[in-house]
Design a protein around this ligand. Sequence first.
Ligand code: F0G
Length: 436
Amino acid sequence: MADLALPDRPDAPETADNGVWLHCIECGETHPPFDDVIYTCPECEGLLEVRYDRYPTFDDFEGRGVWRYDAALPFEEGVSLPEGDTPLHRAPGLREEIGVRNLRIKHEGMNPTGSFKDRGMTVGVKVASELGVDRLACASTGNTSAALSAYGARADLETLVLLPAGKVAAGKIAQASLHGARILEVDGNFDSCLDIVQDLAARNEAYLLNSLNPFRLEGQKTIGLEILEAFRDDHGRFPDRIVLPVGNAGNTAALYKCFREMVAGGDLAPGDVPKLTGVQAEGAAPMVEAIEEGLADTRRWEDVETIATAIRIGNPVNAPKALPGIRETGGTAVSVSDEEITDAQRAIAGEGIGVEPASAASVAGLRKLRESGEVGSGEDVVCLTTGHLLKDPEAAAEAGSDPEPVANSTDAVLRLLAGGSGNRIDVLGRIRRLLR
Ligand code: F0G
């Protein structure tokens, strides 16, 4: 069983560099952070966590974006575009419909490459440049590859991305392509791509920047810090619950680490920690299965399918960090159908907020948990929307309304508006043709 308890007074071990070290959550061994390239514990292959000789408090933070939180990070600055400082939208219509005290949408699609992955990459690519590696690599359902390609370009490093063939949304491939990554399309799912990238990293062929890399999660912690600060400023208290889509479970692990560190630093009371609530698609729900069955780790799902391709993942590598996060905070995990995801995507869009399908899973999950009574009407809830609508134009067009062709005259437009039937055209087919 993973041990994620933070000591009250952290003593830097001899392996520490400037008060930073790597800690194995399975065997407790500590390792130097920047000497050798390691992703898991060399002793026992357990997951590693970045540890510090001091914990942050809210007073330590100044500036904007991810690097506002440098007191909680291994460096004072990173390879930056810059990232973070995303909006915490109000969604009054949705709040009313779902029936909770407050509903806020933390829209991570507003990061430079359109997803939360940028927060991890500003730290991870900085570590890569400190280590002096030659080639960056990741497996990806799309967003990680888009972010890595942009940050790799920014740091002038070669970038290799492995994608499941035919299962990555068009906007994400376009990003990786234009930022100059080498893109390999693998005849397999995300989990097989990650197996291969881990092999490449073990053979020193590339520096791995998936969320197995503990430094990525340090950057992603700042989502939690931004939510805590902004919610407290607006409502005078911290949210009861954060609902988020779960794929590889990196974000869930990162948010839990954020809360543990703020509790250890004394600025967050243990009773004020938001309940981490994970949402997966029904066709890719190993975390939900593990929560329901009380497992310490997930069982690998070989066959996964969902419209939310970003979370089409059967083997969440961060489960040993994320499952305790869900359990210890009193949260839960729930799965939703593709139809529920698309409905939620439309409802969020109706508030003016454009998100990709995986992101909408958070709101779909909240709806379901509210209907079942698991979430109460008095709760303050933040839903995390992880990626921008434009990431997956096909899914958006399919969920949305179709354009109508009209003759080139005001009269024709007026006739149409007066109720004459237009020939509805096949917008999805048109986008597909354009993307070809
Ligand atoms: N939402 C979006 C839009 C994502 O792209 C991902 C993960 C998740 C949610 C799940 O986050 O893995 O931290 O639980 N995308 C990865 C990728 C796997 O390759 O882009 P997680």
